[in-house]
Design a protein around this ligand. Structure first.
Ligand code: PLP
Length: 388
């Protein structure tokens, strides 16, 4: 490689083009802070797309990964492993009641893919009801559940049998789920679709409708899980129990990992029917164990609830004619604007704050759960400035 070529130029030249990196190179992080190559500091309100739940370079995570890297990295599910079995027990205890088994994988889309396959096995049916503005990943099955046209259209035809109904509308869901439906797939709070929390009544109705008609209720908690919404899992707020619960993003604080929890109605998965070479590898399990232990010991879901409520109230208090709505739960928050959000996200970056889009008009804030109140004060200042 030539010397004076920047990382951005290299990634733009050699990357597939599917994702084009922005004009900045991050080289290190600590807590909710990131530093670029010219040593400029940023507050990371993206948490690397909601993954870095413990923040960057958390000592418990770093130590766990270092220690396990020196013991055993590669081990498939063909044999048991001490880290994997310990994590399976610990995750089972942290899940809401009603889950009996776990499938470990490496990403969000893989967890959704597995849940769709398990729902087919459990029901012998193939139709799936998903939601308008829902996002579930980009492999062919998960993409079929994703709603965004821009992601789907280039890859048609997708998996047959998927329909999308308006989110948070009980009547529409009730009309769409039939005796042919294998699964209802939805996010308890839509993330990519604009940070839209579903009502308690809707999630409870989804559970009831699925039970009545013999369909599997799949809650995609890839973005909402592990404390993001002020509970360990978002479904806990409303006392609903899905049949399949998809997890990834914050599960191991940025280390690639995914999981599905299977409820009693799913039944047996035949031996050999589904698997993953890397799924549940000891290094990922060590990272996920350190993450879960820290979340519980430091009561980070409770912190997410308290700090998130305070942050959202302060966002709502910002006076700007550009704002249409402020929405969120816990530390998953957004401002919907009356205009496109990209210029405002760029302006925030200029002021040292990294935030995310969630659809064309939304600015989304997913800071690490360890973010300091003073850091969020700085974020609020920057947001008021750019919206003025
Ligand atoms: C990000 C996301 C996914 C996809 O996760 P990947 O790890 O990118 O495959 C699926 N569902 C939801 C709700 C997500 O937010």
């Amino acid at each position: 490689m030539e010397p004076n070529v920047s990382a951005v130029q290299t990634e733009r030249a050699l990357g597939s083009g599917g994702v084009r990196p922005r004009e900045r190179t991050f080289v290190r992080g600590k807590g909710a802070l990131l530093w670029d190559e010219s040593d400029r500091r940023f507050i990371d309100c993206s948490a690397a797309h909601g993954t870095a739940s413990l923040g960057h370079a958390h000592p418990a995570l770093t130590r766990a990964i270092e220690r396990q890297a020196g013991r055993l990295i590669a081990a498939t599910a063909a044999f048991a492993n001490d880290q994997r079995s310990a994590y399976m027990s610990e995750l089972s205890s942290a899940l809401p009641e009603g889950f009996e088994r776990l499938f470990l994988c490496n990403s969000g889309t893989e967890s959704v893919e597995a849940a769709l396959k398990f729902a087919r096995l459990a029901t012998g049916r193939t139709s799936v009801v998903a939601c308008v503005r829902g996002f579930h990943g980009r492999t062919m099955g998960a993409l079929s559940a994703t709603h965004e046209r821009r992601y789907r259209e280039p890859f048609a035809p997708l998996v047959p049998g998927f329909t999308h109904v308006p989110y948070d509308r009980i009547d529409k869901l009730d009309a769409a789920v039939t005796g042919e439906t294998a699964a209802v797939v939805l996010e308890p709070v839509q993330g990519e679709g604009g940070v839209r929390p579903a009502s308690a009544e809707y999630l409870q109705a989804a559970e009831r409708i699925c039970r009545e008609r013999g369909a599997m209720f799949v809650a995609d908690e890839v973005q909402t899980g592990f404390g993001r919404t002020g509970r360990m899992f978002a479904v806990e707020r409303h006392g609903v129990t899905p049949d399949l619960l998809c997890m990834a993003k914050g599960i191991a604080s940025g280390f690639p990992m995914g999981a599905v929890a299977l409820g009693g109605r799913v039944g047996e998965i035949p031996a050999g029917a589904h698997g993953s070479t890397f799924g549940g590898n000891p290094l990922a399990c060590a990272a996920a164990r350190a993450t879960l232990t820290t979340l519980l010991e430091q009561r980070l879901p409770e912190r997410s609830e308290a700090l998130g409520t305070w942050f959202r109230d302060r966002l709502s208090a910002i006076e700007s004619s550009r704002v249409r709505a402020v929405r969120g739960v816990g530390l998953m928050n957004a401002i919907e604007l009356k205009e496109r959000s990209r210029p405002f996200l760029d302006a925030l970056e200029e002021r040292g704050v990294i935030a995310l889009a969630a659809g064309p008009n939304v600015m989304r804030f997913l800071p690490p759960l360890v973010v300091l109140r003073e850091e969020l004060e700085e974020v609020l200042c920057a947001v008021s400035e750019v919206l003025a």
